[in-house]
Design a protein around this ligand. Structure first.
Ligand code: S3P
Length: 167
């Protein structure tokens, strides 16, 4: 079975939905951000000490590893900036990558910005970052699913249907 990779902006539901889909399909769930924190500590602290590029280096190394380990099938939730590095986009090429799209209204109602270093000091940052990255999400994704304004269970069902369609 192929790995299922979820990409999309901060607050689009990658981790929440990924966990639910993996549970329902009885396959492992991996979260590149969680994997990062296990190895290198809290992301916010790491950004402060080593900057974004230091974070991106480790994020790439983690993506490579989880894709290698996921050969038997698993759901992989990624950090919102995973599509920034060309090497990561190359790694994702050929995989079932699903872009979880959302709106600023939805994100404002549910996102914990204290854990997102890129949003901490600038409330307008989400929309700006979203617009900058949108072409990259679209370029890398095989499928797009809008998660805003729907109950989680409905989105989980839609995701599973997409995965079944890809076989
Ligand atoms: C980031 C998103 C975060 C995390 C880091 C950077 C980004 O993950 O990887 O704070 O650049 O969009 P989530 O998308 O899970 O919030």
């Amino acid at each position: 079975m192929r790995p299922i990779v979820l990409i999309g902006p901060m607050g689009s539901g990658k981790s929440t939905l990924g966990k639910r889909v993996a549970k329902q399909m009885a396959i492992p769930f991996v979260d590149t951000d969680k994997e990062f924190s296990k190895r290198y500590g809290a992301i916010t602290t790491f950004f402060k000490l080593h900057g974004e590029e230091g974070f991106r280096d480790h994020e790439s190394e983690i993506l490579k590893e989880v894709l290698q380990k996921a050969k038997g099938g698993s759901v992989i939730a990624t950090g919102g900036g995973i599509i920034l590095r060309p090497a990561n986009r190359e790694l994702l090429h050929g995989h079932l990558v699903i872009f979880l799209d959302t709106t600023v209204e939805q994100v404002n109602s549910r996102l914990n910005t204290s854990k997102r270093p890129l949003l901490q000091s600038d409330p307008g940052a989400w929309s700006r970052i979203y617009q900058e990255r949108l072409p990259l999400y679209q370029q890398v994704a095989k499928e797009t699913l809008v998660t805003a304004g729907k109950p989680i269970s409905a989105t989980v069902d839609e995701l599973i249907k997409i995965v079944e369609r890809w076989g």
